[in-house]
Design a protein around this ligand. Structure first.
Ligand code: HEM
Length: 128
């Protein structure tokens, strides 16, 4: 498969492309910021910039770009880990992510695919 074919066939494209990912990121961070178990980690974070980073990251992680121009997930979260970020916080973020995709009526098989991609970076986020 050529790189172009891979991009056309990507989860990013199947899920609905730029518009669907932008909607998902909005809904996802609304849920995250409303969750008092995890929202303290976002105090002082400029959320419009954060949303743009997540749109870029998902475009990459869902197969529509071959690289992510931002920080490594380990360095992006290192300070948070120092401040107590652990598996239970990642679990909450995962739940909000899956609930977001359900709300957008993404089919279950694609939700499973997206969740597996998110799950695959857990140890990077936690610096393990
Ligand atoms: C699968 C799990 C996760 C993924 C894929 C992810 C992804 C990202 C990405 C792409 C960035 C931007 C990196 C950059 O600056 O280039 C970021 C930053 C950040 N993430 Fe996560 N994240 C995850 C889990 C979490 C969790 C569990 C929390 C807290 C509850 C969290 C809180 C933050 C915060 C506060 C920042 C901003 C850090 C800063 O700018 O200093 N993330 N994350």
């Amino acid at each position: 498969m050529s790189e172009n074919d891979a991009i056309i066939d990507s989860l990013f494209a199947r899920i609905g492309g730029t518009v669907a990912v932008a909607k998902a990121v909005e809904i996802f961070y609304a849920k995250v910021l409303a969750d008092t178990g995890i929202n303290k980690f976002f105090e002082g974070i400029p959320m419009e910039k954060q949303k743009e980073k997540m749109r870029q990251f998902l475009t990459y992680a869902f197969g529509a770009k071959t690289s992510y121009g931002g920080k490594s997930l380990e360095s992006a979260h290192a300070k948070l880990v120092e401040n107590g970020l652990n598996d239970s916080h990642v679990d909450s973020v995962m739940e909000h992510f899956v609930a977001t995709l359900k709300e957008l009526a993404v089919p279950d098989d694609m939700i499973r695919e997206a969740a597996a991609i998110a799950e695959s970076v857990r140890d990077d986020v936690l610096g393990k």
